[in-house]
Write a protein that binds this ligand. Structure first.
Ligand code: GLN
Length: 213
């Protein structure tokens, strides 16, 4: 069965993520309001401008951000690229701008300089195997520090650039504009694990019901 991946489409390069996910064989669609998440097995928060999405968190017309938080707590996998990682971070250096503040990471925005300093590098990412990943950095953040529950997946001399905490994945770079979809496949694999975890939970609760009964 095809995986259904929502891509938050309020800000940033959501179209490229939709395209990359479709290339991986998933069905991908835009998420703009809470009800768009009803059919999503996973969610991508794309790159863009975090101060712009921050402003939308004050808009109470639709509870899309509350729904994302609730679904996250329920185990739905979420992948944040660049701006998406800032939006998931518990801490942003020198800023209290609006965000979901769910992942145990501290980020520094624009850590590699302005747009003209955008670059591509061959980044070794162990969980993706060989060869190194063609990682594109555009006004990218860096993860300065993270909690012990966060797994570091890739680093550069400047700091951490890819990490995972349970069902949350973040990268400072933009795999959706590279011609290499291994990060998107990795995210789809997280969905398989999420399904088996929820099956385990269901099995455990029916076992405890049997034991209790
Ligand atoms: N510099 C942007 C910010 O701080 C993020 C850039 C990106 O997502 N490519 O919000």
């Amino acid at each position: 069965m095809k995986r259904k991946i929502g891509v938050l489409a309020l800000q940033g390069d959501f179209a490229e993520h939709i395209h990359a996910m479709e290339r991986c064989g998933a069905s991908a669609f835009e998420v703009r309001k809470s009800s768009d998440l009803d059919t999503a097995d996973g969610l991508i928060i794309p790159g863009g401008e975090s101060t712009a999405i921050a402003k939308l968190t004050g808009d109470n017309r639709d509870p899309v951000f509350d729904t994302i938080r609730a679904r996250l707590n329920n185990g739905m996998p979420v992948y944040g690229t660049c701006m998406g990682s800032i939006f998931l971070a518990k801490e942003i250096e020198g800023s209290t701008q609006g965000r979901l503040a769910v992942m145990d990471i501290k980020v520094r925005r624009n850590a590699f300089g302005p747009q003209r300093n955008s670059f591509q590098t061959e980044l070794p990412i162990k969980c993706l195997g060989e060869p190194a990943f063609p990682a594109i950095f555009i006004r990218a953040p860096i993860i300065l520090s993270c909690g012990r529950n966060v797994e570091i997946l890739a680093t550069m001399p400047e700091g951490i650039v890819m990490a995972r905490q349970d069902n949350m994945l973040v990268s400072a770079f933009h795999p959706e504009i590279a011609d290499d979809h291994r990060v998107h496949y990795y995210f789809l694999k997280m969905l398989d694990n999420a399904v088996s975890t929820s099956k385990i939970r269901t099995a455990q609760s029916s076992t405890s019901q049997l034991l209790a009964g």
